[in-house]
Design a protein around this ligand. Structure first.
Ligand code: R5P
Length: 277
């Protein structure tokens, strides 16, 4: 078996290959002057594991070309960050269900798909054979032994943060929107008094950083001592990291599903377990 490192996931692919005791296939990725992409994969075996996050449109095109280059092989697709999963239904008439299109494309080539914390259960339902690895226990373990409170920025991430806090052995809460009157909405922690506490805001994705910045403002108004944030997928679009640090966030922690300088937690062991299941 060979592991094929996609252009977007070279570090995680190497970690997975080492744990599986496999070699990496030889890959060439190029961009032509007009922006078109090129892929060549050499030394493949009958069974291959592709590791390629979809964090840009180029990542997606590279993935398609990788599948084509692997014609004839038995392919398992590890897509650590499954982009396009937030468009998991028609919010307005006439819209594409983007994740359905992506699922159909991937499963027309791959026999099995492994991903990490896909954005929603409804996104997962468009795949026939997918394993969704949960990285929240890893984020929890990372904070184990520290006197922190984990905060979900909204009700949507409540269950994820509950899991992370169980592994960390710390308290958790979520920020609740309370309507005061027709014009005023107040956002505040649901139950805990956070004055003087060190808090970690936990979410699945940090994209523009807007959600975390807004949550940080609320927490600072509550008199917290410090704010860090942790996520699975550090998409960090544009100047998101600057935005987070300028908002007073002391540290940003993420997994290596999207490879960024803040990716200090590896999902490699968890992915290898899923590959062997
Ligand atoms: C929302 O449903 C997700 O869980 C994240 O909160 C969201 O994608 C974060 O996006 P941004 O960083 O752009 O606020």
């Amino acid at each position: 078996m060979k592991v094929v490192a996609g252009n977007s996931s070279p570090i995680l692919a190497k970690r997975i290959a080492e744990r599986l005791g496999c070699e990496l296939a030889k890959t060439t990725y190029k961009v032509f002057p007009d922006g078109e992409l090129y892929v060549r994969i050499e030394n493949i075996d009958r069974d291959v594991v592709i590791v390629q996050s979809i964090n840009s449109n180029n990542d997606l095109v590279y993935l398609m070309l990788m599948f084509d280059a692997l014609e004839g092989a038995n392919v398992t697709a590890v897509i650590p960050y499954m982009g396009y999963a937030r468009q998991d239904k028609k919010f307005e008439e006439g819209e594409a269900i983007s994740i359905r299109a992506i699922a159909n494309l991937i499963e027309s080539y791959a026999e099995k798909v492994v991903t990490v914390n896909i954005h929603s259960e409804s996104a997962k339902r468009y795949f026939k054979n997918i394993v969704d690895v949960d990285a929240m226990p890893l984020i929890g373990e990372y904070y184990k032994g520290r006197d922190v409170v984990m905060i979900s920025p909204d009700l949507g991430s409540y269950n994820r943060v509950k899991i992370a806090s169980n592994y960390a052995g710390c308290e958790f809460d979520y920020l609740e929107k309370v309507r005061i009157d027709a014009e005023t909405v107040e956002i505040k922690p649901k139950s805990l008094d956070l004055k003087g506490r060190d808090v970690v805001i936990v979410d699945d994705i940090i994209s523009t950083g807007g959600t975390i910045v807004e949550a940080t403002k609320v927490l600072k108004n509550c008199g917290v001592e410090s704010v860090e944030c942790a996520c699975v997928h550090a998409v960090l679009a544009g100047n998101a990291l600057n935005r987070l640090y300028s908002a007073g966030i002391g540290r940003v922690v993420a997994t290596d599903t999207v490879e960024k300088p803040v990716s200090v937690i590896s999902v490699a062991d968890a992915i290898v377990l899923a590959l062997r299941s």
